[in-house]
Design a protein around this ligand. Structure first.
Ligand SMILES: [Zn+2]
Length: 332
């Protein structure tokens, strides 16, 4: 195509800006980001290119009972046999039914089922984050722990999942990935949040992301979700009080970090065993159900046993779908 006359150029430029603006609204990209992206000499926006396909498997909750190992194996088989096979698996926490209140032996039994099933059925690279049920012995009375054991808390999960630390980041296919540790003790329970050390690290980590590189954040507990309301009854004054163990209680702090660096496009979570999508302030938050559904007792409320498949594109956009793998749970 030859270069347009200057008068045509300015009009076309305006039209392109308008067209880009419309497309940008659909993709979740900011207009400035889209205009800053390199383009060919044509005035039309270039076609986006898929750079990575991933599967997000969260809340597996494996255990020896209720054929959970078989269910997990069925899910892994389904993922590896997809006609459009993922390049990467992300697991979103709560890999075992529960180690929070379990003894060492019971915890080890569950991780043994997890490791054996994973090794026998998965040949796709995996990156993981830790969930509340992966933290061993935080309820000291029930788990019969003192807190001084070598593998106490998240250490055993970090070891079993072969992740570099309880939180970390990496780069792949032109995207930056952050895996967060969103679970902290609160009496005999826990809260969804970042500790100060991690929040400062996140700020510094995102500061290093080159301009124009989209970022995906993986956490167990949702940073932002609408599903908390599903589990919450209004109080006597008809007000909802959101439980800090259901979603991050430090959303404002995380939002400020995201806003400061403007690189995060997509956040993935689990924990709720429900499916939702929130688009807020330029970031999409997906809560992606549960592999175990109702803890291996079938469908949980509005959510079947399943996992998400997500395509990432070079312009920071994405596509996602929730895939049921057809598990028939024991009904008794
Ligand atoms: Zn769970």
């Amino acid at each position: 195509m030859s270069s347009p006359e200057p008068s045509t150029l300015s009009r076309r430029s305006l039209l392109t800006r308008a067209a880009l603006g419309a497309g940008v609204l659909a993709s979740g990209l900011s207009l400035d980001t889209a205009l800053a992206a390199p383009r060919a000499s044509t005035t039309l926006p270039r076609a986006r290119k898929r750079v990575l396909r991933l599967a997000h498997l969260t809340d597996i909750h494996v255990q020896p009972e209720r054929r959970a190992g078989e269910g997990m194996a069925a899910c892994l088989k389904h993922v590896t046999e997809l006609a459009d096979k993922p390049d990467l698996i992300l697991t979103g926490g709560d890999h075992v039914m529960d180690s929070f209140e379990a003894t060492f032996d019971r915890t080890k039994t569950q991780w043994d089922v997890f490791s054996k099933t994973w090794a026998g059925g998965m040949n796709i690279p995996v990156r993981s984050c830790v969930g509340n049920h992966d933290a061993w012995g935080w309820n000291k009375a029930k788990s019969k722990t003192t807190g001084t054991e070598n593998n106490w808390g998240k250490a055993m999960a970090v070891d079993m999942l072969k992740i570099p630390a309880r939180y970390y980041s990496f780069d792949q296919a032109g995207w930056h990935f952050v895996a967060l540790d969103s679970v902290f003790p609160n009496g005999d329970g826990y809260l969804g949040k970042l500790d100060d050390e991690q929040a400062e690290w996140l700020d510094a980590d995102l500061a290093k992301v080159p301009k124009g590189t989209p970022t995906l954040v993986l956490s167990h507990i949702p940073i932002l979700t609408v599903t908390t309301v599903v589990y919450t009854k209004p109080d006597k004054d008809n007000n909802y009080k959101l439980d800090g163990s259901l979603q991050h209680c430090d959303y404002a702090r995380i939002k400020a970090i995201f806003e400061k660096h403007n690189t995060v496009r997509l956040c993935l979570s689990g924990h709720m065993h429900l499916i939702d999508r929130c688009d807020y302030n330029g970031v999409t938050y997906l809560c992606n159900g549960a592999v175990c559904g109702n803890w291996w007792k079938g469908r949980h409320r509005d959510c079947d046993e399943g996992y998400a498949a997500i395509n990432l594109f070079d312009d920071g956009s994405f596509e996602h779908e929730y895939i049921k793998y057809g598990w028939k749970a024991e009904t008794k």
